[in-house]
Design a protein around this ligand. Sequence first.
Ligand code: RRO
Length: 290
Amino acid sequence: MSVEFCGLGLAHPIINASGTFDALAALRVFGPGLAEDFPFSAYVSKTITLEPKAGNPPPRLWETAGGMINSIGLPNRGVDAYLAEELPRMNFSVRGAEGAAPVPVITNVMGPDAARIGALLERCEGAREISAIELNVSCPNVATGLDIGADPDELERVLRAVRGLSSKPLIVKLTPNTADVAACAKAAERGGADAVSLVNTIRAMAITPDLQGPWLGGRTGGLSGPAIRHAALAQVAAVCAEVSIPVVGMGGVQTGRHARELISVGATLVAVGTESFRDPAAGARIAAEI
Ligand code: RRO
């Protein structure tokens, strides 16, 4: 079951999708038992930005057939508070069984341009608790307004500009909201990514019951859960066929069988997201089912 990923030795191939499992909240709610038997072999943080962000106005969630749409909008306290206050506690809370090494922490970051992404990487560089960086490129570019990760040329340019600023393994979290996700994955590889992860959520909208307009405060959001599993599988397979770096596959995984399907098309790791909202111990169950 153990797997080597970007130089990290992981106990099994199941990690969490960014933003779907809060290790500190889990410790508060479920007590030390969950921390001692952490469901994932590595812990991926919610996306962190350079400056604090309040997030989108409510409502932020819409439950739909076989999934949900979220429009959370990146609420976070900014990288400095994350490094000073959250990361040291997180490292403790995801510690494995008594005497075992802590589960590696992968910090997910996002910025609207190379300068701010570079600053995030520089800030994270000194934090020895961070084992790897996941760069979320589902972020509108300040210059073009298009998501950085949706345009292969722009993605490669940004990655080349920032890659040298971090010595940590760099995972690029690709967006599915693009014409050719495999072209974006290849651009990430050329730009210096050590791995890619996909899929993020698929852009979606919900309308209020009285048909007066969008339900979500952010107007649109991201669809996740079983509803997107087969779309995700197709994108993961397309990317695995084109890159030689490792791939983290995700999208609607609920069972060990679903995880094995992603592994069968070439994924090295599988991330569990929406299912953890239904069952916070889903990661451990899915790892056991594999
Ligand atoms: O915070 C969010 O609303 C959010 C982010 Br940054 C993301 O990458 N994917 C998602 O579904 N929601």
